[in-house]
Design a protein. Structure first.
Length: 94
Protein backbone atom coordinates (compact mmCIF):
# COMPACT_ATOMS: atom_id res chain seq x y z
CA UNK A 1 0.00 0.00 0.00
CA UNK A 2 1.41 3.37 -0.95
CA UNK A 3 2.80 5.29 2.02
CA UNK A 4 1.66 2.37 4.09
CA UNK A 5 -1.51 2.98 5.96
CA UNK A 6 -1.80 -0.74 6.51
CA UNK A 7 -2.61 -0.48 10.20
CA UNK A 8 -5.47 1.94 9.57
CA UNK A 9 -6.83 -0.17 6.74
CA UNK A 10 -6.48 -3.20 9.00
CA UNK A 11 -8.35 -1.42 11.79
CA UNK A 12 -11.22 -0.56 9.45
CA UNK A 13 -11.44 -4.13 8.20
CA UNK A 14 -11.23 -5.54 11.72
CA UNK A 15 -14.08 -3.32 12.90
CA UNK A 16 -16.19 -4.05 9.82
CA UNK A 17 -15.56 -7.81 9.95
CA UNK A 18 -15.32 -8.69 13.67
CA UNK A 19 -15.62 -12.44 13.06
CA UNK A 20 -12.60 -12.52 10.71
CA UNK A 21 -8.92 -12.29 11.64
CA UNK A 22 -7.22 -9.32 9.98
CA UNK A 23 -3.44 -9.17 9.55
CA UNK A 24 -1.89 -5.75 8.82
CA UNK A 25 1.67 -5.63 7.47
CA UNK A 26 3.73 -2.53 8.17
CA UNK A 27 7.32 -1.32 8.06
CA UNK A 28 9.10 0.25 11.02
CA UNK A 29 9.48 3.65 9.35
CA UNK A 30 5.80 3.67 8.51
CA UNK A 31 4.74 2.65 12.01
CA UNK A 32 6.84 5.48 13.45
CA UNK A 33 4.82 7.90 11.31
CA UNK A 34 1.56 6.41 12.64
CA UNK A 35 1.95 6.35 16.41
CA UNK A 36 -1.38 8.15 16.69
CA UNK A 37 -3.01 5.32 14.74
CA UNK A 38 -1.54 2.83 17.22
CA UNK A 39 -3.05 4.82 20.08
CA UNK A 40 -6.46 4.62 18.41
CA UNK A 41 -6.04 0.88 17.86
CA UNK A 42 -5.03 0.44 21.52
CA UNK A 43 -8.14 2.31 22.67
CA UNK A 44 -10.47 0.31 20.42
CA UNK A 45 -8.60 -2.94 21.14
CA UNK A 46 -9.97 -5.05 18.27
CA UNK A 47 -9.33 -8.68 19.23
CA UNK A 48 -9.25 -9.81 15.60
CA UNK A 49 -6.46 -7.45 14.44
CA UNK A 50 -2.85 -8.63 14.21
CA UNK A 51 -0.12 -6.15 13.25
CA UNK A 52 3.18 -7.43 11.84
CA UNK A 53 6.02 -4.88 11.71
CA UNK A 54 9.17 -5.38 9.63
CA UNK A 55 12.08 -3.58 11.27
CA UNK A 56 14.62 -2.80 8.56
CA UNK A 57 15.75 0.49 10.14
CA UNK A 58 14.65 2.74 7.29
CA UNK A 59 11.91 4.64 5.53
CA UNK A 60 11.97 2.27 2.55
CA UNK A 61 9.36 3.88 0.30
CA UNK A 62 10.82 7.40 0.40
CA UNK A 63 14.40 6.55 -0.49
CA UNK A 64 15.72 4.33 2.31
CA UNK A 65 16.55 7.12 4.75
CA UNK A 66 17.52 5.77 8.18
CA UNK A 67 14.71 5.62 10.71
CA UNK A 68 15.12 6.01 14.47
CA UNK A 69 14.93 2.22 14.70
CA UNK A 70 18.27 2.02 12.88
CA UNK A 71 20.19 3.24 15.92
CA UNK A 72 18.32 4.37 19.02
CA UNK A 73 14.70 3.23 19.17
CA UNK A 74 13.59 -0.32 19.87
CA UNK A 75 10.05 -0.99 18.70
CA UNK A 76 10.03 -4.16 20.80
CA UNK A 77 10.80 -2.11 23.93
CA UNK A 78 8.17 0.48 23.02
CA UNK A 79 5.49 -2.16 22.50
CA UNK A 80 6.55 -3.95 25.72
CA UNK A 81 6.05 -0.73 27.71
CA UNK A 82 2.59 -0.23 26.25
CA UNK A 83 1.64 -3.85 26.99
CA UNK A 84 2.86 -3.62 30.58
CA UNK A 85 1.02 -0.35 31.20
CA UNK A 86 -2.20 -1.90 29.93
CA UNK A 87 -1.66 -5.10 31.88
CA UNK A 88 -1.20 -3.21 35.14
CA UNK A 89 -3.83 -0.56 34.42
CA UNK A 90 -1.33 2.28 34.73
CA UNK A 91 -2.31 5.71 33.50
CA UNK A 92 0.77 7.51 34.80
CA UNK A 93 4.22 7.48 33.19
CA UNK A 94 6.34 4.35 33.15
Amino acid sequence: MRHSLGVLLGLGLALAQPKRRVIALEGDGSILMQLGALATIANLNPKNLVIVVWDNGMYQITGSQPAATAATLSLAALFWIVRERRRHGREDGV
